[in-house]
Write a protein that binds this ligand. Structure first.
Ligand code: FE
Length: 280
């Protein structure tokens, strides 16, 4: 049987991928950031997590507005990596977990979620700015990618993300496949990349968001898109993706502990990382 081990929330950003590729791990200003991910990668190893379900949003790199799915699940043994304009990054092809993914597909449909089923899918920095920080190479972790539209109205509600996470958590826990799984949500934190408020960040809100996600996620699930955008900037509505991770843990009814929490304001976005481990 598959086992749900815990969850991770993480920012995703091209700047993270750039810093990784440029070898900034040893730079003073980046060391706390990379050390935090190293701690979480160690935890994933220690707890023998072998598969991550990654909930993220594609940034018009694989999907385009001619047919942009609200939810899209990657059901394949491998996923290639998007060229986001500077060439394909030099990583091996990403390993999928088709059996777990098909099970998720069936369970989500049975629970009234209807993802587009993708047997071919390229993943962009929504997955790839984070994966190398959590998984040794060649890829130790297998990935089940689940894209959610947070780019173009109409968007799914925050409450819907919470319920999606609950369904994912239940599906993992009743999966007959052998897998030790963590649910990873990526996006945010506060940032705005358009208009007069380009470059806006709100560290106070970001840190309150992390507190609420741990202690009072129901409040975040009841919030509106406008509530997120007003506090964190337009593109920060991505933060609601973190509710899926938290919902997956909540449905288990098990208590959890924090493995790592990190926050840093960078130039254009708040970087956040939160790793939670369920008690057996
Ligand atoms: Fe994004």
């Amino acid at each position: 049987m598959a086992v749900l081990i815990g969850g991770i929330g993480s920012s995703h950003a091209p700047s993270i991928a750039h810093a990784y590729d440029q070898g900034y791990q040893e730079r003073d200003e980046w060391r706390p950031f990379f050390d935090s991910y190293a701690r979480v990668a160690d935890w994933l190893c220690e707890s023998r997590v072998d598969t991550v379900v990654v909930i993220y949003n594609d940034h018009l790199n694989h999907f385009h507005f001619n047919a942009y799915p609200t939810f899209a699940l990657g059901v394949a043994e491998t996923f290639d990596i998007c060229d986001e304009g500077a060439g394909r990054r030099d990583f091996p092809i990403v390993r999928g977990h088709a059996e777990l993914a098909w099970h998720l597909a069936e369970q989500l449909l049975n629970q009234e979620f209807d993802p587009t089923i993708c047997q071919e899918m390229q993943v962009d920095h929504g997955v790839m700015s984070v994966l190398p920080l959590l998984s040794a190479l060649p890829w130790r972790l297998r990935v089940v990618p689940l894209h959610v539209n947070v780019l173009r109205e109409p968007l799914p509600l925050p409450l819907r993300l919470w319920r999606l996470g609950q369904c994912i958590g239940r599906a993992i826990e009743n999966c007959p496949e052998e897998a030790r799984v963590a649910v990873v949500s990526t996006g945010g934190l506060s940032h705005q990349l358009q208009g007069q408020d380009f470059g806006f960040t709100n560290p106070a809100w970001d840190m309150r968001f992390l507190d609420l996600l741990v202690g009072n996620p129901g409040l975040l699930a009841q919030a509106t898109h406008h509530d997120y955008m007003a506090r964190g900037g337009v593109e920060s509505v991505e933060m609601m993706l973190w509710l899926a991770m938290r919902g997956a843990l909540a449905q288990s009814g098990r208590d959890f502990r924090e493995i790592k929490r990190f926050y840093q304001r960078s130039l254009l976005t708040g970087y956040g990382l939160l790793a939670l481990e369920l008690f057996p």
